[in-house]
Design a protein around this ligand. Structure first.
Ligand SMILES: Cc1cc2nc3c(=O)[nH]c(=O)nc-3n(C[C@H](O)[C@H](O)[C@H](O)COP(=O)(O)OP(=O)(O)OC[C@H]3O[C@@H](n4cnc5c(N)ncnc54)[C@H](O)[C@@H]3O)c2cc1C
Length: 465
């Protein structure tokens, strides 16, 4: 006798939704994904993929601007300048995002998943309605993501006052871009547009940029921003933004006006959880509207799971995907480990990048985690000298006595690639001793990781460095 296949319905096709769909299909479930915008979700279509594609172009601009310091000269005439072709740049970004979304849709439907392209809402804990289609399911996963917030007195118009999702529709490079908010998204866009040639003003309500990140790393990045000519306004809260003539004016809380050609608002993300029948279906939301979940992605409603940005648990694509997979493993009876956020590696794609994993300097400073800390400047690395990179460092946190690696921060070009050895060390319980005995290529930036580990050993894991 064959048992009936369980039905799974997934609302939202971003990394939280489509990765869950793949797992559920592989485990033999009958799966439907309902998504209104396209598979890959905001991650692929408007947020992560487009912004990182933009940053590939801006990094190339930065590399080329260093050409003279590396002994290179463009052959054609005096002071040739590289210019941004904004329509071509944005067309490339949008085409790449659309192609990636199509690839994901093909892969997911190739695994036998039904895709319904429509807006959906719950009409009960196990029923979703979307454009006249009713999907009944034993297991429901909500993965509806989040959307950019605006200022109460500053409504995006898609022309001059913009959210991060509207930047790729601009026909020209903003001449004077005011970025409101100096968190991860604000810092990434400010870094990219300054490199592309915009005059950027970064409005930060806090004392320094990236207030929630490693302080040493944030200080390096702010120094680079200022050195490259960015106008960083710290302790300056933006109250309002309005259009004025051909441009915009941001008004700060102390009344100061900040004029510019365009304003990008990066003041946080709001969960997409309103008006989709969640409360009526028994799904609890917290005071900010995020869906409450446990570490295996269960909500308060039986058989209803949630994953990704709509839960407010670390807003990263990798975390959304893992929450979605864990939900399906749990719902379909597989052995499952609850999510471990302390092992999540993340990167801020400024130039240079900041990558981190494991315990933070702030937790060590607060005395929550006993750790030995070593910080090695990148400027001493031979490969960095060859490339003309002087900003950055490798920092390792190790447990006193045993020398187990507890965390790390890398500030460097492509730090997103350099953090992996420290992630592996944390996941596999390796010690600084084991990293120090590992061959790194000479010369390489990753040589700073092994050297930092050797430095911890040299001073002993009981010493304060
Ligand atoms: C500018 C920016 C850059 C980022 N860069 C990175 C990065 O470099 N690395 C990283 O890890 N993370 C990055 N993130 C975060 C990352 O994009 C999110 O964590 C990720 O998209 C979350 O995935 P998700 O599945 O929760 O939702 P999403 O990707 O937001 O997808 C949700 C999907 O659900 C659909 N949907 C919503 N409501 C409904 C409904 N009622 N009916 C049908 N469909 C619906 C939406 O249309 C969308 O397609 C970035 C975010 C931003 C804003």
């Amino acid at each position: 006798m064959t048992l009936p296949r369980p039905n799974v319905a997934i609302l939202g096709g971003g990394p939280g939704g489509y990765e869950a769909a793949l797992v559920a299909a592989q485990l033999g479930a009958e799966v439907t994904v309902i998504d209104e915008d396209g598979l890959g979700g905001a991650c692929v279509l408007t947020d992560c993929v487009p912004s990182k594609t933009l940053i590939e172009s801006s990094s190339t601009m930065t590399s080329l601007s260093r050409a003279a310091s590396l002994g290179l000269e463009l052959a054609s005439g005096a002071n040739p300048e590289l210019e941004v072709d904004a329509p071509a740049l944005n067309a490339r970004i949008k085409a790449l995002a659309a192609a990636q979304s199509n690839d994901i849709a093909e892969h997911v439907s190739g695994e036998g998943v039904r895709i319904v392209q429509a807006r959906g809402r719950l009409t009960g804990p196990h029923t979703i309605e979307a454009a006249g289609t009713t999907v009944e399911a034993d297991i429901v996963l909500i993965a509806t993501g989040a959307s950019p917030r605006a200022l109460a007195d500053g409504v995006p118009d898609g022309e001059r006052i913009l959210t991060c999702r509207q930047m790729y529709d601009l026909a020209e490079l903003p001449e004077e871009l005011i970025v409101v908010g100096s968190g991860v998204t604000g810092a990434e866009f400010a870094s990219a547009y300054q490199a592309l040639g915009s005059q950027v003003t970064l409005v930060s309500s806090r004392e320094r940029v990236l207030p929630h990140e490693d302080k040493d790393a944030a200080v390096v990045i702010e120094g680079v921003f200022r050195r490259r000519g960015m106008n960083v306004l710290s302790k300056s809260r933006a109250e309002a933004v309005h259009r004025k003539g051909d441009g915009v004016v941001v008004t700060l809380a102390d009344g100061r006006p900040v004029p510019g050609s365009h304003c990008l608002l990066t003041v946080g993300m709001a969960p997409s959880t309103k008006g989709i029948g969640l409360i009526e279906a028994g799904v609890n939301l917290d005071s900010r509207g995020f869906i409450e979940v446990d570490r295996v992605s269960r909500t308060s409603a039986q058989g209803v799971y949630a994953a990704g940005d709509c839960t407010g648990v670390l807003m990263l694509a990798s975390v959304a995907a893992m929450q979605g997979r864990i939900a399906m493993w749990h719902a379909l009876g597989e052995a499952v480990q609850p999510i471990r956020l302390s092992h999540v590696a993340s990167t801020i794609f400024t130039d240079p990048e900041i990558a981190s994993v494991g315990v933070s300097q702030a937790a060590v400073d607060r005395g929550e985690v006993p750790a030995r800390v070593v910080k090695l400047p990148l400027a001493t690395n031979p490969r960095a000298k060859m490339g003309g990179f002087r900003d950055g460092f490798v920092k390792i946190f190790a447990r006193p006595g045993t020398g187990m690696v507890l965390g790390g921060v890398v500030v460097a070009p492509r730090a997103s690639e350099l953090i992996l050895p420290l992630s592996i060390a944390i996941e596999q319980n390796l010690s600084v001793d084991q990293i120090a005995h590992t061959f790194s290529v000479y010369p390489s930036l990753s040589g700073s990781v092994t050297e930092a580990a050797r430095t911890v050993m040299e001073f002993g894991t009981d010493a304060i460095i």
